[in-house]
Design a protein around this ligand. Structure first.
Ligand SMILES: [Zn+2]
Length: 483
């Protein structure tokens, strides 16, 4: 559960610092600090040699000791002991003040000079001079996220506390059974040196982990007409992210001098994954069962008994990342109440129209229109004729030959305006050359329903309805099925 443990590096030795990449500026500073420690030790050894070796090359009365920080003389003290004590005291005070192990990252030397014309500094003056001239750093721990030093805390314990606080932030919901709380990123803690003002207490470190750095970095347009593309490339960010962050900037391809372009925006440094079990009750939808009724017309339906939803208790395994559900998987379900099927009766009876058209066929379909038959089904002089043509005046009512569902209503090549009705069991009827259509696709129509008006549209030589009866797509002689 605790990813920190596996990745902790305990090595605080000098070797760790030396092996570090010297291209990094901070690393260079560390390196300097080590060099300084070493050179101070050599100086001290020399002094000890001089003092205890009995070879008094200098008289205390004729020499003074100048503190030189990065080549700049900052204070002059009466003796080497005083000079060293001033530095030690200063660092000790700072360490106490910040509650951290403080080091300085500057080149600090103690140079012996002649006392002639020298004004000695008091211990307090020396401390003040150090304060203004030394760059202080703290021995701290870096929290690395996916291998990148992301923030600094005083010690390992604080690092662990900050990470635990961040986890707790998303894991404090006690209404569900929490299975695990982990951090998606690889988090490690390594000893480092950090600027003292960058070292954060646990609570602030937690906030950084959860919300990211609140201070956005800005780029200020240096050349009139600079573009997002140029700024993106120069700063190692994507044009897309610049656009997403800087929505207030209208013209992304010609920026005015001095425009502040945010390069980043606060974003969580880590993703806290909470895996939990959630138990909830939910409806079980009822099923619909059909029963055929030969006493009911085809196309008619009647609900015999209403369906009732059931109820079940389900256990879900849910994964939440920074408060947002990223996956949910059902691992078990217990039925509390069984659902009750809805029973629907479905008519199967083929109904003959009450209207009598006086046909000669089997009576499966009714006449769509009573008029003069001008062309029959089959071969004729102009070729194969797939239907029955019945002529009459434009605008006469065209009736559905049988109940069913409209599957086509509109222009269809040579048919002109066409209506197709599906009657089930593979049977369809077509009504062509219509002048108007009164039904829509999906409509349920009754046998004998007024569906359209007779016309002369499409490949037609005079007003008539072209009527087809098809089974499984093949046209048959309508007269064999008409009543
Ligand atoms: Zn025809």
């Amino acid at each position: 559960m605790n990813t920190m443990h596996n990745n902790q590096k305990q090595d605080l030795s000098v070797a760790t610092y030396i092996q570090s990449d010297p291209r990094n500026k901070k690393e260079k500073q560390r390196f300097k600090a080590i060099q300084r420690t070493v050179s101070s030790a050599i100086v001290l050894l020399c002094v000890m040699f001089l003092v205890f070796g009995g070879i008094h090359l200098v008289s205390a009365n004729s020499s003074a000791y100048v503190l030189v920080a990065d080549g700049k003389e900052i204070a002059t003290l009466a003796s080497m002991t005083e000079a060293e004590a001033a530095i030690d005291q200063y660092i000790e005070n700072k360490s106490a003040e910040y509650g951290m192990d403080i080091v300085y990252s500057d080149d600090l030397e103690i140079n012996k000079v002649s006392t002639a014309g020298v004004i000695l500094s008091s211990a307090m003056e020396a401390a003040d001079a150090l304060d203004g001239n030394l760059h202080l750093m703290a021995k701290a721990e870096a929290i690395c996220i996916n291998g990148v030093e992301s923030l600094y805390v005083p010690d390992e314990e604080t690092a662990r506390e900050a990470i635990d606080l961040a986890k707790q932030y998303y894991a404090d919901d006690d209404s569900d059974d929490i299975l695990s709380v982990t951090v998606a990123e690889q988090v490690s803690v390594i000893p480092t040196l950090a600027d003292i003002d960058q070292v954060l207490p646990a609570e602030e470190a937690k906030n950084m982990l959860l919300y990211g750095c609140p201070d956005a970095k800005y780029y200020f347009v240096a050349t009139e007409g600079e573009t997002f593309a140029e700024i993106a490339e120069r700063n190692g960010v994507s044009v897309e992210s610049l656009k997403a962050i800087n929505t207030v900037i209208a013209d992304k391809d010609a920026l005015t001098l001095g425009t502040a372009v945010a390069l980043s925006q606060p974003a969580p440094m880590i993703s806290v994954l909470v895996e939990k079990e959630v138990v909830q009750t939910q409806a079980i939808p009822y099923s619909v069962v059909h029963q055929d009724n030969s006493n009911m017309n085809r196309g008619e339906e009647k609900v015999i008994s209403e369906g009732i939803d059931g109820l079940e208790e389900v256990t879900l395994r849910v994964v939440v990342s920074n408060g947002e559900t990223v996956s949910s998987e059902q691992i078990s379900a217990t039925t509390l109440v069984e659902p009750v099927d809805q029973v629907v009766e479905r008519g199967t009876k083929v109904v003959l129209s009450s209207r009598s058209f006086g046909g000669s066929g089997s009576g499966v379909v009714g006449w769509p229109y009573t008029g003069t038959i001008t062309s029959r089904f089959g071969w004729r002089s102009r070729g194969w004729h797939s239907g029955l043509d019945i002529a009459g005046p434009v605008g006469e009512a065209i009736y559905a030959a049988e109940s069913g569902t409209v599957t086509y209503a509109g222009w269809y090549y040579g048919y002109g305006n066409l209506v197709k009705i599906d009657h089930g069991s593979g049977m369809e009827t077509y009504y062509g050359h219509l002048s108007a259509i009164y039904v829509n696709v999906g409509d349920t129509v009754e046998r004998g329903q007024h569906i359209a008006a007779l016309g002369n549209t499409g490949n037609s030589t005079g007003p008539h309805v072209h009527f087809e009866v098809r089974f499984d797509g093949t046209a048959y002689n309508p007269l064999d099925y008409l009543e």
